[in-house]
Design a protein around this ligand. Structure first.
Ligand SMILES: C[S@@+](CC[C@H](N)C(=O)[O-])C[C@H]1O[C@@H](n2cnc3c(N)ncnc32)[C@H](O)[C@@H]1O
Length: 315
């Protein structure tokens, strides 16, 4: 269990995912996940253009991934405000900051991304966020808050997953399963649909209401520009590769996002014993052979609040 070596804390849906289901509670796979998220975080930090003496706000800070990597890069002159709606994750990050001996340069605030009212207007140099806006219903409101707390010339740097294709896949499976021509029924396809529909919305109506699948990279970029940011830049990175998981236990133990149950739960709760057997018989060999392909879609956006940039004025 990864948590045995980590600071203890209470749990919620966010901490359960970040500390357990994201890596199937498996130490080896956990290392691979940490290496992957470190790459995302480093891109966000590069886009932030941090300098000594700055104040950075990391919204939805989770374990403190961006905060601690930024401190590692800039050193003790960087002040970091970590905000999160998850009290367990804030406590976790605070314990981690103590262990890393950087707690004195960190402030922890429990608040939603779209209400940063305890941070004064025009008081910070940089706002970062990674894989957080996906779970925020009112994304423009959050971006307006980022804009408000930034000093003129301050920067935002964000990275968000684009999960629409996963929901589209669930919708296509539903249509194929429900098609009148699907006779005799394809039993494996039905099970595949049951799995995917338990993790992603599979109707247009629910997709439109679901904050994690109802946006594209272009909509997010438009939200950033409409919030007043100038010099906006967007990069969409799509990478397909052989999945790192080749163990069935890891495969069924992890979940793709905090609101999705792991496949092991779905198999236990939504499948009969006979269905589980059929499903495993078909899918397991492709996982264990290492042929399973996973595709990752991440958008990176940076922007600058217009106005006098004190940082560059000194140079
Ligand atoms: C997928 S995790 C990402 C954590 C971290 N940003 C990282 O890069 O590792 C999502 C984080 O966003 C937080 N979160 C979810 N909804 C939020 C909201 N509406 N406002 C602020 N934080 C939120 C969760 O508690 C969790 O820590």
């Amino acid at each position: 269990m990864l948590t045995e070596t980590r600071p203890s804390c209470d749990t919620d849906v966010w901490s359960e995912w970040l500390l357990h289901y994201r890596q199937a509670d498996d130490e080896d796979y956990g290392k691979a996940v940490q290496a992957a998220v470190a790459e995302y975080a480093d891109r966000v930090i590069a886009g932030a253009q941090l300098e000594p003496g700055m104040t950075l706000v990391d919204v939805g800070s989770g374990e403190g991934l961006i905060a601690f990597r930024a401190i590692g890069r800039i050193g003790e002159s960087l002040n970091v405000i970590l905000t999160d709606i998850s009290a367990p994750m804030l406590r976790y990050a605070e314990n981690a900051a103590r262990e890393r001996d950087c707690v004195d340069q960190c402030t922890f605030i429990e608040c939603p991304a779209d209400d940063l009212s305890s941070i004064p207007t025009a008081s910070v140099d940089v706002v970062t966020t990674r894989s957080v806006l996906a779970y925020v219903q009112d994304k423009p409101a959050a971006l307006r808050e980022f804009y408000r707390i930034l000093k003129p010339g301050g920067r935002i740097s964000i990275a968000e997953p684009i999960l629409q294709d996963e929901a589209l896949y669930a919708r296509v499976l539903r249509m194929r399963v429900e098609a009148p021509s699907a006779q005799p029924p394809d039993r494996f396809l039905e099970l595949l649909h049951r799995w995917k529909a338990a993790q992603f919305p599979d109707t247009e109506e629910v997709c439109l209401k679901s904050s994690h699948v109802n946006y594209t990279e272009r909509i997010l970029f438009r939200n950033v520009v409409d919030s007043g940011f100038a010099e906006g830049h967007m990069e969409l990175h799509i990478n397909s590769k052989r999945a790192q998981i080749t163990s069935w236990k890891q495969f069924i133990g992890c979940s793709p996002h905090p609101w999705a149950p792991p496949l092991s739960f779905i198999l236990a709760e939504k499948f009969s014993a006979e269905e589980r057997q059929l499903f495993e018989q078909v899918l397991r060999p492709s996982i264990e052979s290492g042929e399973h392909i996973s595709t990752d879609r991440m958008v990176y956006i940076t922007g600058r609040k217009p106005g006098f940039d004190t940082k560059h004025a000194a140079n």
